[in-house]
Write a protein that binds this ligand. Structure first.
Ligand code: ADP
Ligand code: MG
Length: 643
């Protein structure tokens, strides 16, 4: 082995530069971050040829003295960090003092800088990290840095650069991330002589989102404003039907820094669970603000990753805030609350996912602990399950839960009336008869909580059904069209999710034999226990077939074969996701058990479906499609040219 020697500082710089400055976009990111750290409110960024030949960043920040201007280009030279303790709470975007040294090592740099109030500024020119010119200069307050011929002295790196278009794309993304992270700074971005965007810098995240992502994207987003565990979560998330085919629009900003984070991504996606089509991902612009000491930003050379001290708390804060926003559906009512008003805030945020809340006991709804700001609650108020409502949906063995049925009984006792369709399987047989005089009221049954929750007569009415598909509802000045299949599917799906008991099944007279691809039949046979839990009795039949012996009570026997195919196909396409088999079964059962579009269904079923939608409990079908569409009188009047 040759003798060990220490590398010259120049070579060491070039190696370090490789980590920080990967491509033009990394230079842009570092320079605009420096501008923000310098307190700039106006920043302009210009690039040519994807940034390979020219990058200019001009800011109106604090500038540098002539001495500092020189020192800034030394390695580990920074004004932002003084000692090791400072590392525990970093409030600036930069802190390592590496960026300028790294960029200078692999390019030709020209810098003009002037501190506000000083008589003149400084001009500095560097080549491959060495100062070649230095002189006083007349220039505006603030700093301009021009980077030319990136990687001119590192041909190995130059070879790896993509096309100008690809590099431009990465620069544009960096500019976008910056502009969203600092809505208080105006950013003008010019690419090859053309202005790409110019943000107002008015401090409003909404206007930054509007300017940068466009009107359509902004319109399909709902506001998030929650806080828990001293973690504040604000910004915007897309509605489920506006989800995208990839994750590039999942933008997270932690204490003003754009970051990639698995924890945040998981919390976001969990909040959309069962609301999205396969292969669709939610998009967001979310700002997560927490104590500087609770997050470590010093874990990645480009500072694009962070580590949270208490991951679970951050996860919960994001999950419940997003869930709350989605259940609001965008119609928000701002309410001022003081700490300790637990129940009112907790309910709407948790209610859309009782299952998730139940399985994560440590999880607290946003704003129940350490609440510090304003939260939005659904404008629909706190309507919850109407007494007896559950029965109306029961088309078989899915509706369980003694309390609700009991309260149903209590209600009928009070007001004898023709029984709505109540499936005998769903109701305990020893239920008291509907005759108040004949039976002395048993004391134990009244279920006072349920009665308290009962809502008054609805302020809407069913006008009818159209095309055997849509239920038409009138409410105030609006007409609401409900997709009866989609809405009912969601209701059944939620019920199945919430239910822990096994589902009733109906045996087939003769087993139904279905031949499937080996891969698919294996998926079914691997999940026999789960299938049984939801009412399917199936087993292997010969080499490549499956025998179906029983199906859930709610579905038609003739659907048995196609259901297994649907289940297998769905498990296969979602195999990477946890619970994919369970979700596949639930989706399929809900779909097959729901009232069908194109077939007439009875008025009781319409009423039950409409109630679920009008109460706000049901907004999207399990695949993420909306279940209702609203048309206002004004919109109709306009169509008829009345207004
Ligand atoms: P860091 O940002 O980690 O401190 P840099 O190498 O990016 O390291 O910058 C070094 C120092 O140069 C900064 O700490 C800051 O004092 C100064 N500096 C860099 N850019 C600017 C700017 N646009 N305006 C004022 N000062 C700047
Ligand atoms: Mg920096």
């Amino acid at each position: 082995m040759p003798e060990i020697r220490q590398l010259s500082p120049h070579v060491a710089d070039m190696i370090a530069a490789g980590e920080v400055v990967e491509r033009p976009a990394s230079v842009v990111k570092e320079l605009i971050e420096n501008a923000a750290d310098a307190g700039a409110t106006v920043v302009s960024l210009e690039i040519r040829n994807g940034g390979m030949s020219y990058i200019r960043v001009t800011d109106n920040g604090c500038g540098m003295s002539p001495k500092d201007a020189r020192v800034a280009f030394l390695r580990h030279a920074t004004s932002k960090l003084r000692d090791a303790r400072g590392l525990e709470a970093i409030g600036t975007l930069g802190f390592r003092g590496e960026a300028l040294a790294a960029i200078a090592a692999v390019s030709r740099i020209e810098m003009l800088t002037r501190e506000p109030g000083s008589p003149e500024g400084t001009r500095l020119v560097l080549e491959a990290g060495t100062v070649v010119e230095e002189a006083p200069a007349g220039c505006p307050d603030g700093t301009t840095i021009i980077v030319r011929d990136l990687f001119y002295n590192t041909p190995a790196r130059l070879k790896f650069m993509k096309t100008d278009r690809a590099e431009t794309g990465a620069v544009t993304a960096a500019a976008l991330h910056f502009a969203l992270s600092k809505p208080g700074a105006s950013l003008r971005y010019i690419r090859d002589g053309q202005e790409e965007f110019h943000t107002p810098g008015d401090g409003q995240t909404a206007s930054a989102v509007y300017t940068l992502l466009g009107r359509d994207t902004a319109a399909a987003m709902v506001k998030v404003d929650g806080s828990a565990n001293n973690v504040k979560v604000t910004g915007f998330v897309c509605t489920p039907y506006a989800a995208r085919g990839n994750r590039t629009m999942q933008l997270f900003f932690v204490n003003g820094r754009f970051v990639k984070s698995r924890v945040l991504q998981a919390a976001l996606e969990q909040a959309y669970k069962n609301q999205l089509f396969t292969g669709k991902f939610p998009s967001c612009v979310l700002y997560i603000d927490l104590s500087l000491a609770a997050v470590d930003v010093n874990v990645h050379p480009a500072k694009t990753e962070v580590r949270f001290l208490r991951e679970k708390e951050v996860f919960d804060a994001v999950y419940y805030s997003v869930l709350g926003a989605l259940s609001n559906g965008g119609e928000t009512a701002e309410v001022e609350i003081s700490p300790g008003t637990k129940s009112t805030i907790g309910k709407p945020i948790v209610s859309p996912a009782p299952k998730a809340a139940a399985t994560a006991p440590a999880a607290k709804p946003a704003a129940t602990s350490g609440y510090t700001g304003r939260v939005s609650i659904p404008s629909g108020g706190f309507k919850t399950v109407k007494a007896g409502e559950t029965n109306l949906f029961s088309r078989g063995g899915f509706a369980r839960g003694g309390a609700v049925h009991d309260s149903g009984a209590a209600k009928y006792n009070a007001a004898p009336m023709p029984q709505p369709r109540i499936d005998s399987k769903a109701v305990p047989v020893e239920r008291p008869k509907i005759d108040q005089t004949a039976i002395p009221m048993p004391k134990a049954e009244p279920a006072p909580v349920q009665q308290e929750l009962a809502v008054p007569d609805p302020d809407w009415r069913i006008v009818g059904e159209a095309l055997s598909t849509y239920i038409i509802v009138e409410k105030g000045d609006s007409i609401i069209l409900i997709d009866k299949h989609a809405a009912h599917e969601r209701v059944i799906f939620d019920r199945l999710m919430a239910n822990k008991e096994p589902v009733m099944s109906q045996p087939l007279l003769a087993p139904f034999i279905i031949t499937m691809q080996a891969e698919d039949s294996a998926l079914i046979l691997d999940n026999l226990e789960l299938m049984a839990q939801y009412g399917f009795e199936v087993d292997a039949f010969g080499a490549d077939s499956i025998a179906v012996r029983a199906v859930p009570t709610d579905v038609e026997l003739g659907d048995a074969g196609s259901m297994l195919e649907m289940i297998a196909a769905e498990i296969r396409s979602n195999s990477a996701k946890p619970d994919s088999a369970r979700d596949a079964i639930l989706h399929t059962v809900a779909c097959k058990a729901a009232i069908k579009a194109g077939k007439r269904s009875d008025p009781m079923e319409h009423k039950a479906v409409a109630e679920a939608v009008m109460s706000g409990r049901v907004r999207y079908c399990p695949h993420g499609r909306p279940v209702s569409v609203t048309m206002t009188k004004y919109e109709l009047d306009r169509l008829f040219k009345r207004v």
